[in-house]
Ligand binder design. Sequence first.
Ligand SMILES: [Zn+2]
Ligand SMILES: [Zn+2]
Length: 189
Amino acid sequence: MDHKQSCEWFTNFLGIAYRYFDIRMNIILLFSNNGDCKNTWNRIMNQCDENEIKIRFVENQNHYWFIMTLYNNTKNVTFYKDFLSSHHYNRFKTNYDGKIYLRFGTYKQKYQHESKYNDICNCNHIMEKHDYNKGCKITTCVCTKFVTFQIALIKKKKIISDVKFLKTLNDVKKDSIAWNCLYSNNIID
Ligand SMILES: [Zn+2]
Ligand SMILES: [Zn+2]
């Protein structure tokens, strides 16, 4: 398959969240507003069967590329973006068992007046440990303002079973999905 001719490259999403509470792990593509989130799902994801969707993680030191390709007679779209590795990503990778739920959602920052006492700040301490004006009360913490986030999921989901983790340039060269994306976008040559 020749992605290079007509592929739509989609990078207009904020990030990825990994969740573990279902039967399967969830990968959630995050958008900043609900309209973009739903429109993108309806325009792209709805037009593809689950077996036409493939996900690759390409690791490079403390970063990784997320690549998701959807390919059939009418759609040729690749979502991709570069992220810093995180313990969420590592936990996902360790627990990945052959299938994931793919979902879309919106990401919104939440401040102290909108939060509950046990919501966790970006500094990793709960809201109760924060002074309204001075930030975190834990003496070793540099946080000066409570900020947390909230993810709202849309209901639709897809089960994806073609997921691969690639660790070397050689792995990438053997994988047409990862190679097409990184080569076409001048990330590797
Ligand atoms: Zn703190
Ligand atoms: Zn804090």
